[in-house]
Design a protein around this ligand. Structure first.
Ligand SMILES: Cc1ncc(COP(=O)(O)O)c(C=O)c1O
Length: 457
């Protein structure tokens, strides 16, 4: 294998540029900065979710239209954040606006089923190749339901997960999400670590974490915890460590290992569903698990979660032995938005638009080569990331080799030049949308080129 020659990035220069870019960002966000102080009176940190705040400061958004968002200072951006991957259909899509407006006038909540729910479930069944579906309001609820189903069906309590993946904020899975290097233990036996304060140790102890893209590690976990593992939850492509694609055969191997050991396999497609392809990771990698957790993009911008399963996996829900519940499950407003989103907006043809945008973003590969950057790129459907590593990230621990300062500056650079991305670009993949123009995609590549020029000068 030929090793590509790369330039060493001068971190003093990176720090100097970061100070300059931070000052420029502050200058553009005087209203956001003032509002933040005001908001802190009532909202801890001035935000509604801890991850809405990222240094140097949160950005308060006023509105979005199509592929663009505007902050309360009036700055315009092309949106690659897309609400953590929700808005792959673009903001205020006219068909979704119309469907929501029509539904609002008919009443928005009854805690009873409406007819739209069946249309949405039919859509999900076709795309994700599983027969039975129930709804919730978030990804957290979907993975909570999956965990409960796996435990109930098997009578076991331990859950196998991938080190470095996030599955929502409930107690069963907020473990070994971004474990710090000095506490994470050896790669072949990662320590299970709580991601936040307030997690009972008993829950943490019920999680076994293994590296992504390593079927042998999953196999070993089953041998080391005989008859204790109820199931494995896995993001079929990791999207919270940049974009990490599964090795060929890896997902199929996990399914076989789980089944051989009397356990279930759940795909967390909260981020990959409807973004990697029309049928999410199931279509992209052609593996159907026992359970699929969905949320984010399915709801067309409204809070929606869904859990789908095989007849066997959903058996206890079908027979009424396990209560999958929620006041707002299948909410009429959400179902109306999801229905039009899945049947008229995110159609099979629409995915061709993502490929068009993706082909332009591939220009970043040329920038990497021209400037001999120790960086690499991964892209699939609406998702992609630039890894600040000459060899692509293959599992969570590969991130430890990356100096945070470079991706942070890359993020600031884009932000100051009209590209809105999820913060912490070392972790997050971007999400494009079906309404992005060629110019929207070119803006990203041009900014990346000027950034490469600046850090290698
Ligand atoms: C892969 C994955 N699963 C689950 C969740 C939780 O979803 P929610 O924030 O809607 O609860 C997230 C959230 O980012 C996620 O990225």
């Amino acid at each position: 294998m030929s090793v590509r020659e790369t330039v060493e990035i001068d971190l003093e220069l990176v720090e100097e540029l970061t100070a300059r870019e931070t000052a420029a960002l502050d200058d553009k966000h005087r209203t956001s900065l003032t509002y933040r102080e005001e908001a802190k009176r009532r909202l801890p940190g001035g935000v509604s979710s801890s991850w809405q705040s990222w240094p140097p400061h949160p950005i308060y958004v006023s509105h979005g239209h199509g592929a663009h968002v505007w902050d309360i200072d009036g700055n315009e951006y092309v949106d690659y954040h897309n609400g953590y991957g929700v808005m792959v259909m673009g903001h205020a899509h006219p068909k979704i606006v119309e469907a929501v407006r029509d539904r609002v006038a008919l009443g928005t909540h009854f805690a009873q089923p409406t007819e739209d729910a069946l249309v949405v479930a039919d859509q999900l069944a076709e795309r994700f190749r599983l027969p039975y579906w129930r709804f919730g309001n978030s990804g957290t609820e979907s993975t909570l339901d999956a965990t409960r189903i796996m435990r109930a069906l098997t009578g076991r309590t331990t859950i196998l997960k991938i080190e470095g993946t996030y599955h929502g904020h409930h107690d069963s899975l907020m473990v070994s999400v971004f474990p710090p290097q000095d506490q994470a233990g050896p790669r072949d036996h990662p320590r299970s670590l709580p991601q936040t304060a307030g997690l009972p140790q008993e829950f943490v102890d019920l999680v076994v974490a293994v590296p992504f893209n390593d079927a042998a590690a999953a196999e070993r976990a089953f041998q080391e915890h005989p008859d204790r593992i109820a199931g494995m939850i896995v993001e079929p492509a990791m999207t919270n460590c940049g974009l990490v694609l599964p090795d060929p055969g890896y997902l199929q191997a996990l399914k076989e290992i789980c089944h051989r050991n009397g356990a279930l396999l759940a795909f967390d497609e909260v981020k990959t569903g409807c973004t990697l392809a029309w049928g999410g990771a199931v279509e992209a990698f052609d593996v159907v698990p026992d359970l699929i957790c969905l949320a984010k993009a399915i709801g067309g911008g409204l809070p929606c979660g869904a859990i789908g399963g095989t007849e066997e996996a959903m058996g206890m829900v079908l027979r009424g032995e396990l209560e999958q519940v929620g006041t707002f499950n299948g909410n009429p407003l959400t179902m109306a938005a999801a229905k039009v989103n899945l049947t008229e907006v995110l159609t099979k043809d629409a995915y061709g638009e993502l490929d068009r945008v993706d082909a332009i973003l591939a220009g970043c590969e040329d920038v990497i080569a021209t400037h001999r950057l120790a960086a690499s790129m991964k892209r699939l459907g609406a998702k992609g990331s630039i890894d600040w590593s000459a060899t692509p990230i293959h599992e969570y621990r590969d991130l430890w080799a990356i100096d945070d300062r470079v991706p942070q500056l890359a993020w600031l650079w884009q932000l100051n030049r009209g590209v809105f991305k999820s913060p912490g670009s070392k972790w997050e993949s971007w999400t494009t949308s079906i309404v992005m123009s060629d110019d929207d995609a070119k803006r990203y590549v041009e900014n990346f080129a000027s950034f490469a020029e600046a850090i290698t000068r």
